[in-house]
Design a protein around this ligand. Sequence first.
Ligand SMILES: Cc1cc2nc3c(=O)[nH]c(=O)nc-3n(C[C@H](O)[C@H](O)[C@H](O)COP(=O)(O)OP(=O)(O)OC[C@H]3O[C@@H](n4cnc5c(N)ncnc54)[C@H](O)[C@@H]3O)c2cc1C
Length: 356
Amino acid sequence: MKTWDVIVIGGGVIGLSLAWELRKQGASVLVVERGEPGHEASRAAGGMLANCADETPAALQPLANASAEMYPEFVHQLQDESDVNVDLRSDGTLLFVPPGNYTPDIHVATPLSTPLADIEPALARETGPAFLLQERSVCPRALTEATLKAAKHRGADVSSGSRVLSVNVVDGHVTGVTTEKTSYYASRVVNCAGAWAGMVGPCPFPTRPVKGQMVCFAMPSRELLKHVVRSPEIYLIPRSDGRLLAGATVEEAGFDKRTIPDTIQQLRRAAISRLPALSTAHVLEDWAGLRPGTPDGLPILGSTSIPGYFVATGHFRDGILLAPITARIMAQVIGGIRAEHDLAPFSVERFALRAA
Ligand SMILES: Cc1cc2nc3c(=O)[nH]c(=O)nc-3n(C[C@H](O)[C@H](O)[C@H](O)COP(=O)(O)OP(=O)(O)OC[C@H]3O[C@@H](n4cnc5c(N)ncnc54)[C@H](O)[C@@H]3O)c2cc1C
């Protein structure tokens, strides 16, 4: 009977990055993915590495900052081991805020010192304040492909196309998982099943899907927009290959991943009002994905009440940003080492304490 040191449930960016990290540390790993690895929320994401305070809950800030710092080296190693270019861009983000509404942290946000027209000539003239943030972006599709390839390159096993039905526990300790087709054996199992994490027993993780719709344009020229643009009504995220993503909605719509034509048109119109040259741009595709949400908007990270059973999910709007730090701290927890960050705010027990 084949056994692994660790079974990872879910082949999104969180599960794949963790599998890669565990392999680097010598653990044998099996990733069990019900569909195709990287084809859920991780593929749908915009790819902003938005660690600045306007986006990130305060309790998450230390992890967000640590992960943002790790990104260049994370990408360097990934690209080296996978031969996939993940389009890490460091041009920064232009943040537009409604007048009088928001005072950004001056450590991270700089008011524009040159006219907007000199920085991004194609953007519509702005009335409200604009700030420059030193944030990066990546292409999440390429990132998930790279993490999958790098994890395999390091010897991780991947089982695709069969859903985990149960996490098996014998005498109070994890022994593996049972899928629709077979059983796999490991003394440690990590639930990285994203929005679906709460559907896999035995712990009732309170995750829920939060739908996001996006639209993707072909820019008339690759230089049309250099910076990521973040404004209350729309985000614009340029890619080096000439694509430009605009999004995203934040909707409570259950596990429904369909796009709604009216919503896509609204996103398109909001994108054009910021970047008028998009009015003649070809729309390449639109899509929707399901962010893993939790009741307090924070991830669930660490061990559970069942020895050998761990969880890393609930990354909501920040899972691409948080992938490197999640992989590092979860590998520490699973390896029995004290995590380098305080995980108390992310413990699954916080929900039980609140309910009591
Ligand atoms: C529109 C949109 C825009 C976003 N933009 C950004 C952004 O700009 N920056 C950012 O940092 N984050 C962004 N996010 C959030 C980010 O995409 C998520 O936080 C992240 O992808 C979560 O990764 P994950 O691996 O936990 O989940 P997923 O990628 O959903 O992976 C979970 C995997 O588990 C599998 N699975 C589920 N149940 C089972 C089972 N029973 N057995 C086996 N496998 C199972 C699923 O098939 C899936 O592949 C965005 C999300 C959306 C939808």
